[in-house]
Design a protein around this ligand. Sequence first.
Ligand code: FMN
Length: 312
Amino acid sequence: MNIYLAPMEGVVDHHMRAIVTEVGGFHACFTEFIRVVDRLLPKHVFFRYCPELQQGGKTAAGMPVVIQLLGGIPEIVAINAQRAAELGAPGVDINFGCPSKTVNRKAGGAVLLKEPDRIYDIVRAVRKALPGHIPVSGKIRLGYEDTALTLENAHAVAEGGASLITVHARTKADGYKKPVRWQCLAPINEGLTIPVVANGDINSKEDYRRCVEMSGCENIMIGRGALSRPDLALQIKKPDVIPLRWQHIHHLLVDMYVRLKQQSGITERRILGRIKQWLAWLKRGYSEAQQAFDELRYFTETASLERWFEKG
Ligand SMILES: Cc1cc2nc3c(=O)[nH]c(=O)nc-3n(C[C@H](O)[C@H](O)[C@H](O)COP(=O)(O)O)c2cc1C
């Protein structure tokens, strides 16, 4: 059973990947999506999204970081995938789940769930452009408006040459509405020969158990649940491990702060925003995070944050 850390734009950057994969339990993680429209992106863009390329495409804990691309033109996605591989990406994932608003040939993401043939063409072009040892994967939702094309889309990803597919068990129209539809993953898992990674609302060990039971999928991807409980993957993999206490989470927050502070060009406002953002997710996993959030919420300077950290 493999657990993947979900790509999350604006949240799961290289700092978060480093911290969460250090806690453990994950098999691999992804960059935020890199949008490719009509040209080959310069190398520095790949390094910006994936600084781990400078260390063999892995986090410090040794987790591979797969580069995720989002685009609608097969040849353009393919040449960018090729560049990602040349720069050392251990894999390339294609995003067919992002609720992109632009509806034209250049658009990528969930809008492509209306066009299984184009999904096939994109995956096929990427597969052909990469050396055989670099895996290609795709990430989809159940559909755009409804689930009529779920299987067709999943087959398009597999037949295009992907060796893994992640399915967020909701349509684009569902947004993040509850309940998530893990049961809709079962026919995909039965119909495909490549591994199907179940995704959506796995926020506890109990959710994991129910998701596996309903979907039949062995592999899962966790996003928001890992931000609320950074050791969730570890808890699922090793149920006997003692859950992380708030004191430890506090250390992780300090770690995040130190990393952000070292990032060149980052503003004080952005640093504070990132720490508050993570605390907001942590509130779901730790009651202490609520109080911390209330105390930090109006800080406008990192000096106040540093004093708060020193208090312990
Ligand atoms: C803030 C945010 C940013 C996201 N960014 C991406 C992204 O860049 N690429 C992607 O494939 N999915 C993205 N997603 C979707 C997640 O990867 C995941 O499919 C979704 O959150 C459901 O999983 P979860 O319930 O475990 O969070 C994003 C989700 C959120 C909430």
